[in-house]
Design a protein around this ligand. Structure first.
Ligand SMILES: Cc1cc2nc3c(=O)[nH]c(=O)nc-3n(C[C@H](O)[C@H](O)[C@H](O)COP(=O)(O)OP(=O)(O)OC[C@H]3O[C@@H](n4cnc5c(N)ncnc54)[C@H](O)[C@@H]3O)c2cc1C
Length: 289
């Protein structure tokens, strides 16, 4: 059998937005070779190794010194346009996708400009910015299951909800996806992209390492986690060098070499306080490794 293209004991510090130090027992960078991916998944299954899928690492909190399994870093980067559609690999950054759409005079991806992370991760979380969710423009995705089977899923098969998708409940790796966009005025598109990025900068999104919003909102009950945390005067609370951001109650920032366990403790602390004081169960958005 050909030698597997896997690295051992790989540092993930620069693969997660919190810059938490950890090492992957095994690490495979998927650049688009599906048969190689299938072979590696088969190996992981036979070797009883857990599989972890990594995109841009902007919604993952690492709490362990070692990720005991195989990390598949999805870094395929093909992107092509035809008519008003774009087919994009999961390893493409959301902002690059948005720029590509703009260059081709296509609108509807402006909200993704400035969103950290890659397209695969955005679909997994059904990323949402203001009133727009990625599921609004997604037509279909090609996935590989952990057992190596290739499937094509239509939007309706992906069970999208608020910050929810089938991918949070099944062992699928999203390989690439087709988006249905529409022609737009390039000047207007650029103006909107520029506005979106400036809003993020203004709100301090890039001031410190973070994973963005830690908790999901509850749109049905009109509960916004950030507002709730703010109203309970929890902003500024810290454990070690992990701190609830003073500019945004739903962000926990890494002020200086924070460790993942302290961030996790702060998450539990917020959940406990909110339960005690408001009888509300806050659901985590961030994925814990
Ligand atoms: C400053 C900041 C601001 C943010 N603002 C927003 C915002 O406005 N709206 C919003 O929705 N989110 C926001 N986020 C969260 C995050 O950027 C998004 O959820 C992003 O889309 C995650 O993509 P990623 O590639 O980084 O995913 P990762 O963090 O790498 O992974 C997240 C989850 O997706 C899974 N995953 C990743 N790629 C694949 C794949 N190809 N197939 C299957 N599963 C996969 C991972 O296993 C993991 O469970 C913000 C984060 C930061 C740091």
């Amino acid at each position: 059998m050909k030698k597997l293209n896997i690295e051992k004991n790989k540092s993930l510090k620069f693969f997660n937005a919190y810059f938490i130090k950890t090492n992957a027992k095994y690490f495979y960078e998927f650049k688009g070779n599906i048969s190689e991916l299938q072979q590696i998944l088969r190996w992981a299954s036979i070797s009883n190794e857990d599989v972890y899928i990594l995109g841009g690492g902007s919604n993952i909190l690492v709490t362990k010194d070692k990720i005991d399994g195989l990390v598949v870093y999805v870094n395929n980067d093909d992107i092509e346009v035809y008519d008003e559609k774009i087919r994009v690999s999961s390893g493409v950054d959301s902002s690059i996708f948005s720029i590509f759409a703009y260059v081709n005079g296509l609108s509807k991806t402006e909200f993704l400009y400035g969103l950290p992370g890659k397209i695969g991760g955005a679909i997994y979380m059904n990323a949402r910015v203001y009133e727009n969710s990625i599921s609004d423009i997604l037509k279909k995705s090609r996935v590989v299951t952990y057992s190596g089977e290739i499937k094509e899923l239509e939007n309706k098969d992906m069970n999208f909800g608020y910050k929810d998708s089938i991918f949070q409940h099944k062992n699928y790796i999203i390989i690439d996806s087709e988006f249905e966009l529409k022609k737009g005025d390039k000047g207007d598109i650029l103006k909107q992209m520029d506005y979106n990025l400036k809003q993020r900068v203004k709100k301090g999104h890039f001031d410190y390492p973070s994973c963005g919003s830690v908790f999901k909102n509850s749109l049905m009950d009109d509960i916004y986690a950030g507002e709730l945390i703010d109203n309970l005067n929890l902003k500024g609370t810290s454990i070690g060098t992990a701190e609830i951001f003073d500019k945004h109650g739903n962000f926990i920032i890494n002020k200086n070499e924070a460790n993942g366990k302290d961030i996790q403790k702060l998450i539990s602390y917020i959940q406990k306080k909110v339960k005690e004081m408001k009888d509300i169960d806050l659901e985590k958005e961030v994925v814990i490794w």
